[in-house]
Design a protein around this ligand. Structure first.
Ligand SMILES: [Fe+2]
Length: 140
């Protein structure tokens, strides 16, 4: 699970969003590697901060596209995004000195699983509403 990266089975049919998902999964993998290698707290905080920022950028992009297409499930989808950002934020704030690195890694793994599940079940529901102009029936 730890090294699961983006693959075509996760495609939502919108290249820019697929690119975001790929990048976020890579960021999760980098974070897990750093956590397991017991990198110092500053490095992990930097990586977590980067994940939080890119997640925010990505969700805003995804929500804007759903809105543009009049996607009917937008409100529920937006709520799922808020939940995820709150969880990442909690992880960023969890900065006490106790040795909770393993707990932190478990939480990062759980968030990564949540994210993959979100792509595969929730994100894919908007695919039919956001079919890109190019590529429709453009097989050789
Ligand atoms: Fe989403």
């Amino acid at each position: 699970m730890q090294d699961v990266a983006w693959d075509k089975s996760m495609s939502v049919g919108v290249e820019v969003l697929d690119d975001d998902h790929r990048k976020l999964l890579d960021m999760f993998n980098g974070l897990l590697k750093a956590g397991i290698a017991e990198k110092d707290r500053a490095s992990l905080s930097g990586l977590l901060g980067g994940l939080r920022e890119y997640t925010t950028v990505h969700f805003a992009r995804e929500e804007m596209l759903m809105e543009q297409q009049g996607y009917p499930g937008l409100d529920t989808h937006r709520a799922a995004h808020r939940y995820f950002i709150d969880e990442v934020q909690k992880l960023c704030l969890d900065d006490d000195d106790s040795n909770e690195m393993m707990l932190r890694i478990d939480l990062i793994l759980l968030l990564k699983e949540w994210f993959i599940e979100h792509i595969q079940s929730v994100d894919k529901q908007y695919s039919p509403f956001m079919a890109e102009d190019t590529g429709n029936g453009a097989t050789h």
